[in-house]
Design a protein around this ligand. Sequence first.
Ligand code: AMP
Ligand code: ZN
Ligand code: FE
Ligand code: FE
Length: 282
Amino acid sequence: MRIDLHTHSAASDGTDTPGDLVRAAAAAGLDVVALTDHDATSGWDEAREAAADAGITLVPGLEISTTFHHRGVHLLAYLPDPSHPPLAAALDRILAGRTERTPAIVAALREHGIDITEDDVRREAGGSVAAGRPHVADALVRMGVVGDRTQAFTELLDPGRPGYRNRYAAELEDMVPLVVGAGGVPVIAHPWGRRGGTVLDAEALAGLQDLGLAGIEVDHQDHGPDQRERLRAIAADLDLVVTGSSDHHGLGKVDHDLGVNTTDPAQYERLLSLATSGVRLG
Ligand code: AMP
Ligand code: ZN
Ligand code: FE
Ligand code: FE
């Protein structure tokens, strides 16, 4: 059984529609795929229908933007009830922060001499409710300012670069119990990836576990072999669920092909057993 527990569709910053993503997952030989768009559950229904047609299992989830000691941390939440009022309110606030940030980024880039408009970004964001820097990057690629998303980030959109602007994110220590309250299963995405740095050490993870954290994503492209080994040891020590995923973004991220990392079936079963929302698999 091949299980990929973290992917993005065009409901956030992936490039496939939710239906196409699920069909691609089936074609890649996956038996289970989780749709985990940034701060959004709007792709769930379409993904569920496609999963039923394609004969694979869809795990509805999302990847929530949070902060922990002033660092950005992504929190995966599996099977939460999106209508749970505190969760719905938290997501509304995060999405508003995204919407408000786009004009600020556009203004900063214009000040930097790049003739980009909010419409250019809106066009790239298409049906996404979670407008983000990747859509700005896509607009910059289309304009020929940069060659690809990665170059857009490293030259213009990463912290310290001229087009970077901060946005609101929820506190991780509030969001973990909130996801549990919504009947979902909270798992930290790529804890030591990119700028995750060292804030999420064993002690911090133990503290988060006390708040309801269920697991950590160990097998992710941002983690090297040594990091994976150390994270696996921490998870074993704390008895946290271990997950693996592609963090697939369609054409939006290279080296993140569907199924490039997978989750052990026993870990997946344990994760499912922790969900209490009644939200159904697709
Ligand atoms: P945002 O949430 O709008 O601040 O954008 C951050 C998202 O951009 C991350 O979740 C990644 O999906 C994506 N991202 C970050 N860095 C890069 C990069 N170098 N190349 C492509 N995508 C990136
Ligand atoms: Zn993304
Ligand atoms: Fe992430
Ligand atoms: Fe992701």
